[in-house]
Design a binder for this molecule. Structure first.
Ligand code: NAP
Length: 431
């Protein structure tokens, strides 16, 4: 029998568990730990609330979760309630699937001003992550600036511009829906330090911006390269650029909310008195694919700033960490003997949810090569005894199903659930 501990119950964690079952069938026991009492990580608190079809992948994880050999161990923080070394004593392999839940810092003068948020915090706020429930962004100003040109920037811009009706069928949490309802934003600027050919936005997600009831995406035609140059692009990015070309035909005048793409624009400082009021931006040009400052500066008004420039993994005491890359130091997922990482914790915050599936299968192949038939460790019985001594209040998958039921029961009409946004409420709901 092999005993595997997976830390993190998001896509990387569940795909790894699925791979372990495929690899060893009945001859493996997998415990999936999460610091929250609720599973599925990024699917629950990262994927946009109006992208329910993407969230549907959790049904696949549930099949894995309901296997006799896989267990959800919620409400336990590894590195705090239990150390990595302790887990290593019980399990043949410990796999960190903790994702990248912290914002890459902007590192600009003024980045600590009020109403400046990173996307982990901001997305966590509208998705009901208990850590960010009390963020309370002020939406009473006119202009929001979203920094970065990836899919997260698109999510944030889209959510900021949607009406209550457009959230029908979504699971956006009530506190965010109410705040957005009285938002006074009229202008959302998406700031990119490079040009239209260098965006990280994927076509489907970018196309959505063209179908909003009060948000109108606009691109300055002068920012677009000669049409013939699009032929050299990969098909995906070419499709994205074709959306930008279509947006160049839009007129922001008269739009309820203008969603403006500002290309070749690198933020240099955030300005304001206590609270952000403007961003100092430097015009750039592209040299060898990199953004280089031109020395031309301008000020962009900004009552709210959300930087969507990527994420970092949270270090765990005793685990080697690559500070520059913001993830665990690893060689193809191996960190130390018996200790592995997978998903964003291994490779950084890139790729889609599906990218984690081959990642999970690859790490299980490595583990299989390393642990053979297992070393006869105590596995979950060892952990359970420790949990008992420490009086840990473990939340099981069955408990989660009760929490889930309570969330569906209190959903507003047409919505799949109204999430509990407070850990104590989640625990209470398990009965
Ligand atoms: P991303 O795709 O890496 O985009 C980050 C953006 O931030 C880039 O445009 C980057 O510009 C910019 N940036 C980085 N540092 C900057 C700085 N210091 N100043 C100004 N701009 C800066 O990251 P993401 O949007 O966070 O997405 C993470 C991953 O999740 C991606 O793989 C994404 O596709 C995925 N995702 C998918 C969906 C979906 O499929 N619906 C939704 C959300 C997220 P440069 O290119 O110039 O560095």
């Amino acid at each position: 029998m092999r005993h595997i501990a997976i830390i993190g119950s998001g896509p990387a964690g569940y795909y790894t568990a699925e791979a372990a079952l495929k690899q060893w069938g009945e001859d493996v026991k997998v415990d999936i730990f999460d610091r929250l009492p609720v599973p599925f990580g990024l699917i629950r608190t990262g994927v946009a609330p109006d992208h329910q079809s993407i969230k549907g992948v959790s049904r696949r994880y549930e099949q894995t979760a309901l296997s006799d050999n896989v267990r959800f161990v919620g409400n336990v923080t590894i590195g705090q309630d239990v150390s990595i070394e302790e887990l290593g004593g019980f399990y043949d392999a410990v796999v960190l699937a903790t994702g990248a839940p912290r914002d890459r810092p902007l590192d600009l003068p003024g980045d600590r001003l009020g109403n400046v948020f990173g996307s982990a915090a901001f997305v966590g706020w509208y998705n009901g992550h208990p850590e960010f429930t009390s963020l309370a962004p002020d939406l009473s100003g006119e202009t929001a600036v979203v920094i970065g040109m990836g899919n997260v920037a698109l999510d944030v811009a889209r959510i900021l511009s949607k009406t209550r009706d457009e959230f029908a069928g979504s699971d956006i949490v009530a506190h965010a829906l109410d705040a957005l309802d009285v938002s006074k934003l009229r202008r959302i600027v998406i700031l990119g330090r490079r040009g239209p050919h260098q965006i990280m936005m994927t076509p489907k997600e970018l196309g959505e911006l063209g179908h909003l009831s009060r948000g109108t995406p606009v691109v300055d035609p002068q920012d677009l390269p000669d049409g013939a140059e699009d032929a050299l692009l990969e098909p995906g990015i070419r499709k994205s650029v074709s959306h930008l070309r279509a947006f160049a035909g839009n007129d922001a005048k008269g739009a309820d909310i203008a969603i403006e793409f500002d290309f070749f624009a690198a933020p240099r400082a955030l300005l304001g008195n206590g609270k952000v009021e403007a961003i100092e931006v430097e015009r750039t040009r592209i040299e060898d694919g990199r953004a280089v400052g031109t020395g031309a500066f301008y000020e962009l008004p900004a009552s709210l700033v959300v930087s969507c420039i990527g994420y970092r993994t949270v270090p765990v005491p005793g685990v080697p960490f690559d500070e520059r890359a913001g993830r665990f130091a690893n060689d193809e997922g191996r960190i130390l003997p018996g200790l592995y990482c997978v998903g964003w914790a291994r490779r950084g915050p890139s790729g889609t949810i599906g990218t984690n599936r081959p990642d999970g299968f690859a790490i299980i192949e490595q583990i299989a090569a390393d642990i053979g038939e297992g070393a006869g460790k105590a596995g979950r019985a060892g952990f359970d005894a420790l949990a008992e001594t420490r009086k840990l209040d473990v939340v099981t998958f069955r408990d989660w199903k009760r929490i889930e039921e309570a969330e569906s029961a209190r959903a507003r009409s047409g919505a799949p659930r109204e999430k509990f946004v407070d850990v104590a409420d989640m625990i209470r709901a398990r009965g």
